[in-house]
Design a protein around this ligand. Structure first.
Ligand SMILES: Nc1nc2c(ncn2[C@@H]2O[C@H](COP(=O)(O)OP(=O)(O)OP(=O)(O)O)[C@@H](O)[C@H]2O)c(=O)[nH]1
Ligand SMILES: [Mg+2]
Ligand SMILES: [Zn+2]
Length: 291
């Protein structure tokens, strides 16, 4: 039976990419019963039907899986945040970084709308926060066409997903990388200072030199439902690096004596804001587990 990758999912149809065309498939009811449904990015086996469409009969084991945005098998997350319009929200950025890190994805931070930044210091400040994480950071502007070549190099040959709040410029970046695309982009509401959820679905796009990249709808909330408190600090690389030197095994880096992470926060090696958000996420996970 034929196999292929799902590149798009719309109202119960899954579009499976074949060398010459996409086959529109439905999923068997058995998936629904098992509460297991195909995701964009999945490799599936399907049965052809007489009308040229198909039935998905099997989902191959996933290498990685994200629920927000919903996508399977990506290797790299491009975490997109705009420097202005909307203002950068580090809380959401860090939430997504945690999820991507937990799935073991390669991570690239992309700071957009550089042309709107009046004071260069803003970029230096953000870089200083994330330098200790080791994540590569690129700044882009579609107005000035900066950072686009660098982004293309980072995307080449990999399966990547763009993730970030609505209006930060994910679709605009993809249009700059793949000019023939003409994905819809939306204004950022001046009154509310946020995007208008222009992109409505996850869609995998082929890159000319090999590799694929997914455009996704923006999101504004991300929780840690399936996580344990003890897992969290491993998702902050600058903390994970220092945790083995904490006095107590299983240290949660809150206020324990001899904590190497707290020490690094004090002497400026770890950004205090990042640690604050870590503590806040930890509390959320704790509260989730009580119910
Ligand atoms: N000045 C400036 N504006 C930009 C830049 N990139 C995107 N924009 C604008 O930001 C707005 C939102 O861009 P989109 O690409 O639709 O944002 P998105 O992240 O795809 O948003 P959703 O699909 O809603 O998640 C549009 O008006 C773009 O023209 C940039 O580099 N500079
Ligand atoms: Mg979009
Ligand atoms: Zn510690």
């Amino acid at each position: 039976m034929p196999e292929g990758r799902i590149v798009k999912a719309i109202s119960g149809f899954y579009y499976v990419r074949m060398p010459d065309m996409d086959i529109r498939c439905r999923a068997r009811g058995v998936f629904k019963k098992r509460k297991w449904s195909p995701l964009v990015g999945d490799i599936v086996t399907f049965e052809r039907t007489e009308n040229g469409e198909g039935w998905v009969t099997d989902i191959h084991p996933r290498k990685t899986e994200l629920m927000r945005p919903p996508i399977a098998n990506v290797e790299q997350a491009i975490v997109v945040g705009s420097l202005k319009q909307p203002e950068l929200t580090l809380d959401l950025l860090d939430r997504f970084l945690v999820h991507a890190e937990r799935e073991g994805l390669d991570i690239l931070i992309c700071l957009t709308k550089e042309d709107l930044v009046e004071d260069e210091k803003l970029i230096d400040q953000v870089r200083a926060i994330y330098d200790p994480t080791g994540y590569p950071i690129i700044t882009t502007s579609i107005e000035k066409n900066t950072g686009i070549e660098e982004l293309k190099r980072e995307l080449a040959g990999k399966l990547s997903v763009f993730a970030g709040q609505s209006g930060v410029g994910k679709s605009s970046l993809l249009n700059a990388v793949l000019p023939h695309l003409a994905l819809a982009t939306g204004e950022v509401s001046r009154k509310l200072g946020r995007g208008r959820h222009t992109t409505r679905q996850v869609e995998l796009l082929d890159l000319p030199g090999g590799g694929q990249v997914a455009d996704t709808p923006g999101f504004s909330q991300l929780s840690f439902m399936e996580m344990e408190e003890t897992e969290l600090s491993a998702c902050f690389p600058e903390m994970a690096l220092r945790a083995p030197r904490c006095k107590f095994r299983g240290c949660l880096h809150r206020n324990e004596p001899g904590c190497a992470v707290l020490e690094a926060c004090e002497n400026g090696e770890i950004d205090k804001g990042r640690h604050q958000r870590y503590l806040q996420f930890l509390e959320e996970i704790h509260d989730n587990r009580r119910y």
